[in-house]
Ligand binder design. Structure first.
Ligand SMILES: NC(=O)c1ccc[n+]([C@@H]2O[C@H](COP(=O)([O-])OP(=O)(O)OC[C@H]3O[C@@H](n4cnc5c(N)ncnc54)[C@H](O)[C@@H]3O)[C@@H](O)[C@H]2O)c1
Length: 296
């Protein structure tokens, strides 16, 4: 099966990037949002991103115009009826996702593949909002932020996913210029399964007085060749998001390595979310020169 027409649900941070890369790869893309306001915000964001690529000489103006022509905005789920693949990137809320999947199942062609970009929710739980036939055509496609830059996509199968659907989605990720890895529906998939305990351990090391924020960051950057240390990374991802995912993983596995340390909880309660709120492990008042916070 080849994927020519795609619908992307949600045109926020992730949906906009996913719609952009699919359209750049020559696919017709229907972008669905909850309101005209969110839709036009998302679509103009994509146009701006493409404009920046033209300025940097990474895209010519003709390709920018053609890409925009392949993007069709809508606020009606019914406009996803005839697509080959739906990639859902709406808010991370199981009730909202399941409500959307149950409606979508009635609207879409029986062959349409459903893919969720969720970071932490169960693909299997979302799948149960659809009928038996669709359940075989239900997968996860987990992209990384920023989508146009990050190469990885985790392709996630449930115990009911058809092998052909799993392979079609994997091949599609390759066709849009990504590097797919295949995994199964276990909370956190591959990356968060390994990354979240590492980030939580770094916070525990800080709490236990092993070293300072800057020294732990430098140690992991220079000692392991990581592009950034764990605290810089946490501030970039968002500490509220990290806390949320850690809680979901701890609930699922009941293992200490996924338990959010008290310092992380206190920081989130205090509104220290990282870069997006101006303060996290570092203070970004001067964004070019972040200063470590005094947290202990
Ligand atoms: N932010 C990340 O780094 C990241 C990385 C990988 C995966 N994800 C996952 O991607 C999904 C989206 O995250 P985001 O960061 O783009 O969120 P976001 O808040 O930036 O965007 C979500 C968008 O979905 C829209 N929306 C909400 N309900 C909708 C509905 N019923 N139909 C259509 N649109 C709807 C909202 O208006 C909003 O524009 C989540 O499941 C998240 O876990 C996020």
């Amino acid at each position: 099966m080849s994927i020519n027409k795609v619908a992307v649900l949600g045109c926020g941070l992730m949906g906009a990037g996913i719609a952009q890369v699919c359209a750049q790869a020559g696919r017709e893309v229907t972008v669905i949002e909850v309101s005209d306001e969110f839709l036009s915000k998302g679509m103009s964001g994509i146009e701006r991103q493409l404009g920046k690529m033209v300025e940097r000489g990474k895209l010519d103006a003709g390709s920018q115009a053609e890409t925009m022509k392949r993007l069709h905005g809508s606020t009606r789920l019914e406009d996803a009826a005839e697509v080959d693949l739906v990639i859902e990137a709406i808010i991370e809320n199981i009730e909202e996702k399941n409500k959307t999947y149950s409606r979508l199942d009635r609207v879409c062609h029986p062959e349409t593949i459903f893919a969720s970009n969720t970071s932490s929710l169960s693909i299997t739980q979302m799948m149960t909002a659809t009928g038996q036939e669709r359940q075989r055509r239900f997968i996860g496609m987990h992209f990384f932020n920023p989508v146009p830059v990050m190469k990885l996509v985790e392709i996630v199968r449930t115990i009911l996913t058809d092998a052909e659907v799993f392979n079609t989605a994997t091949e599609f990720a390759r066709e849009i210029g990504k590097v797919p890895v295949q995994t199964s529906d276990r909370t956190g998939f591959i990356v968060n399964r390994l990354l979240v305990p590492y980030m939580l351990d770094s916070i525990r090391a800080l709490e236990e007085g092993v070293a300072s924020i800057v020294d732990i960051d430098n140690a992991m950057k220079l000692g392991c060749g990581h592009p950034m240390g764990p605290f810089t990374l946490g501030d970039f991802v968002g500490l509220d998001t990290t806390y949320y995912i850690a809680n979901i993983m701890f609930d699922e596995f009941k293992e200490k390595r996924f338990a959010p340390p008290p310092l992380l909880k206190r920081m989130v309660l205090a509104g220290l979310y990282g870069r997006k709120s101006g303060r996290g492990f570092y203070d970004y008042s001067d964004p070019q020169n972040p200063k470590p916070m005094n947290l202990l």
